[in-house]
Write a protein that binds this ligand. Sequence first.
Ligand code: ADP
Ligand code: MG
Length: 330
Amino acid sequence: MNLQDVGEFGLIKRIRKRMSASDSAVIQGIGDDVAVIETANKALLVTTDILIEGIHFDRSWIDPYRLGKKALVVNLSDIAAMGGTPKYFLISLGLPKDLSLSFISSFYRGLKEEARRFCVDLLGGDTSLSQKIVINICLLGEGKKKDLLFRRGAKVGDDLFVTGTLGDAALGLKILQKKGLMRGPKGLIERQLSPYPRIQLGQAIGKRRLATAMIDVSDGLLIDTTHVLEESGVGARIWEERIPLSRLYRKWMHFYSKDLYQMALCGGEDYELLFTAPPEKRKKISALAHSLNVPITRIGEILPPQNGFYVTKKDGKEYSPSRLGFEHFK
Ligand code: ADP
Ligand code: MG
């Protein structure tokens, strides 16, 4: 057996089985968007994400300034998914020796702007020679233990909500990679190059006790829903036609697929929040959406585990998703 037989998530499951944390202060180890450690006052949050040239980005379509911003955003989004507050970060870089200093300077300019915007401080890192650019950030944050939202809290009967619109970043990537169309609208490309972490919204959902479980949509709606279902031990149904799509996505998706929902279901990197909440919270959730001016859409429901996970199409046909979304090594 090799890595492609088990895939990224199969590998993480194996690691998790062997390496469970022993310290009683660990509230959450492997298995959520961030690790959570109990401290005297607040919970400490820790997360890390890697971006590798040729895998996550290409220098032909992303400039160093945006790359610097995005490297931090993908980590900020995981803190948002817990309802936490980001605080400090470390950055490790693998860099080729012929890389220009101006590239690095623009990268740090983007990184600094994003760090200022979300009030996080860079505390250190590591630097090494590498054939391709490798960027790894480890971000620390904090939150009140009772405000935090885990993947494991979804209950049978809960609604399933998602913020913003889905599929835009994946469609933007296809346009950037010139897979299909040579050119496309800026709005879709921007969703891929300059994602936004839903920090304020995540905190509001946590503080107001509006949700039972939450995750950020980084790998794709189907795969990230599966993570919540597995951790919570429940099933779910998603109504396909309720999935929120942007005007640009609706206009451009047909160049890529006959299936309008394909990238909204399986495409990653939208960095929206997916959460579950009991039906009595619907009014408060809709009020929050209005007050923060962010669309929040009810797209599904949580079912008993024996029902499994399926998607209901407009014509009433149902299917259990098999090809879920992006997974490394698969
Ligand atoms: P996310 O998409 O939210 O960043 P991942 O799917 O990358 O989450 O990771 C899921 C969980 O597995 C997290 O708890 C993460 O810390 C953990 N994890 C990922 N890779 C490894 C690894 N190589 N060793 C140990 N834990 C890992
Ligand atoms: Mg995540």
